[in-house]
Ligand binder design. Structure first.
Ligand SMILES: *[C@@H]1O[C@H](CO)[C@@H](O)[C@H](O)[C@H]1NC(C)=O
Length: 403
């Protein structure tokens, strides 16, 4: 027991010591501008600013890259020494904070080959992996995991829900050399599986045999009428009968009112349509299963996880309502290292951030309450004098909380 936990500790230590960070960015001051290249591919791309936002856990640590203009495309990227993830785990991790109550906009990163044209970065720039949250309206609230494979962008077939609140969240993608993956949000696993199963990298391994057909004499009716069962002689009874309790009204005149007929009622003896008892069909063979064959179009690839040239990361986004803050980026070969980095950054500031936000929300609530009361009092005073000056009152007082 002691030995094995010592061993675990040692393994953990070694993982940290021998892990490799390919890229780390904490956006702690304006020096990021020397590492990141703003795209000039379009004249009206949105501007990124360094900001910790309206509420934060630590004024310096929580500085991040914030989108600052509504309804714009954004494009910015940073290069690092190009590497291949051959035989190694690849971890891509960063934080996203949609403090603006985002209605529609991307919150993902793209990881590019080393030769990406940074000044010319657009949505058409070829990337290796796109990962992170994407929100648009009520219907799209998902985490994208897209791989570029043989020139095609392959979307994950599973639906991974993203966070849609205003706090900072940690997104982690883990890609393993055994062709498995895991997605974590706030250090908790939200999805995992095999690359081959969750993306359409290639045609499926097995397909229904196109030459197989259900035999025409295949019996898949499980139950049949019992041939020994027959309708009882006294079964047939009319569904409705004349009400035996009804009496012809005394003032009924056949000559004027026509022949009197009693009203009809449901017959209590009516048994419905007769159906034979059901028994197991002796000829039943079970449901027919379409036999499968190996798909001749299937191409085996033991290296679905592999990207031979990873050399840049960037934000290529569209945002309707700006204000998203990206921070704490790490690309590394160790899950342990990414977790530690996440703990040191997001882990330290998330609680104080929430505390500040809660305090601000409470402040706003109080202000609104006061204004509502003041307005009610004013209305009461005004009322007898001029009753139809409502138009002005409809303008709700609203103080925008600028930083
Ligand atoms: C990160 O923090 C969590 C929660 O405090 C802890 O359980 C986990 O062991 C930490 N991970 C590392 C690698 O330090």
């Amino acid at each position: 027991m002691v030995r094995s936990s010592c061993l675990l500790l040692l393994v953990a230590l070694l993982a940290t010591v021998y892990s490799k960070d390919y890229f780390v960015e904490k956006f702690e001051d304006e020096s990021y501008k020397s590492r990141w290249v703003q795209s000039t591919a379009k004249p009206d791309l949105g501007e990124f600013k360094l900001s910790h936002g309206k509420f934060y856990g630590d004024a310096k640590k929580d500085l991040g890259l914030q989108t600052s203009q509504d309804a714009r495309f954004y494009g910015i990227s940073a290069k690092f020494d190009s590497f291949s993830n051959e035989g190694k785990t690849l971890v891509i991790q960063f934080t996203v904070k949609h403090e603006q109550k985002i209605d529609c906009g991307g919150g993902y990163v793209k990881v590019y080959p080393g030769d990406v044209d940074q000044a010319g970065l657009t949505g058409d720039s070829v990337y290796n992996i796109m990962f992170g949250p994407d929100i648009c309206g009520y219907s799209t609230k998902k985490v994208h995991v897209i791989f570029t494979y043989k020139g095609k962008n392959l979307l994950i077939k599973k639906d991974i829900k993203c966070k849609d609140d205003e706090l900072t969240h940690l997104y982690t993608l883990i890609l393993n050399p055994d062709n498995t993956y895991e997605v974590r949000i706030d250090n908790e696993k939200v999805e995992s599986g095999k690359l081959e199963e969750d993306w359409d990298f290639t045609a499926p391994k097995r397909i229904p045999d196109p030459n197989a057909k259900k035999p025409s004499d295949w019996v898949d009716t499980e139950k049949i009428d019992d041939p020994t069962d027959s309708k009882p002689d006294d079964w047939e009874k009319p569904e409705h009968i004349a009400d035996p309790e009804a009496k012809k009204p005394e003032d009924w005149d056949d000559e004027i009112d026509g022949t009197w007929e009693p009203p009809m009622i449901d017959n209590p003896e009516y048994k419905g349509v007769w159906k034979a008892r059901q028994i197991d069909n002796p000829a039943y063979k079970g449901p027919w299963v379409h036999p499968e064959i190996d798909n001749p179009e299937y191409v085996e690839d033991a290296n679905l996880y592999l990207f031979k040239d990873i050399g840049a990361i960037g934000f290529d986004l569209w945002q309707v309502k700006s204000g998203t803050i990206f921070d704490n980026i790490i690309i590394t070969d160790s899950v342990q290292r990414a977790e530690e980095f996440g703990n040191e950054t997001w882990g330290k500031t998330k609680d104080p951030e929430k505390k500040m936000k809660d305090a601000q929300d409470e402040e706003d609530r109080k202000k609104e309450e006061e204004e509502r009361k003041k307005k009610e009092a004013d209305d009461l005073k005004k009322k007898p004098a001029d009753e139809d000056s409502d138009a002005e009152d409809n303008k709700a007082p609203h103080a925008d909380d600028e930083l």
